[in-house]
Design a protein around this ligand. Structure first.
Ligand code: UDP
Ligand code: MG
Length: 172
């Protein structure tokens, strides 16, 4: 992905970190997609890509390759392809860490109230969202779900209200 750094001090979506959020099959079927997207929007993250799809075995094997030897892998694989998901890509300063905090701990039962999982989930597996964990994972995951033409660069006028002028001057 091309990295455009604003050299004129203006806040720009292209200077900001990107992260992938999947609304999992349970989130979609529990009619929580709007709620989850609303929470990310209200925080101040910028939506730069969104699509609905159903994951196949290959996409699941790639996406959860770090879990392939875990006993729960067959269950999470079946769950993730049981219904469509909504893939979203968000931009923001330190978006990856910020979104992970918003999502909360993996186990919905112990996730802190106020977080997406803490408020909306009771399960470890059916925990309504996936969010990228590291910059390397985010880059790989965004590429897995979105073609370059499906990600949008636009003059986001809201950025001037959400950040100070000096924030967002690097791709962090
Ligand atoms: N998962 C599960 N059982 C476990 C651990 C994880 O079903 O014991 C599922 C759960 O849906 C989780 C996903 O596998 O969101 C990926 O696990 P990871 O440890 O990466 O958690 P996350 O990054 O989603 O918090
Ligand atoms: Mg993870």
């Amino acid at each position: 992905m091309t990295v455009h750094i604003a050299t004129n001090g203006h806040l720009s979506l292209w200077c900001m970190q990107r992260t992938l959020v999947l609304i999992k099959p349970d989130g979609l079927q529990r009619r929580l997609a709007g709620e989850i997207i609303t929470r990310l929007e209200r925080k101040g993250l910028s939506l730069v890509g969104i699509k609905m799809l159903q994951m196949d075995d290959q996409a699941i094997a790639d996406h959860y390759k770090h879990l392939s030897t875990r006993p729960f892998f067959p269950e999470i694989a079946a769950f993730m392809k049981s219904a469509p998901i909504i893939a979203t890509c968000w931009a923001g300063v330190e978006a990856i860490a910020t979104v992970r905090i918003l999502c909360g701990a993996t186990n919905g039962r112990t996730a802190i109230p106020g977080t997406i999982r803490g408020d909306l989930a009771m399960s470890v597996q059916a925990n309504v969202v996936h969010a990228s964990e590291t910059p390397e994972a985010a880059e790989e995951e965004i590429r897995r779900f979105f073609a370059p033409t499906e990600l949008f660069e636009y003059p986001d006028k809201g950025l001037t209200l959400i950040y100070s002028p000096s924030e967002g001057s690097g791709r962090t």
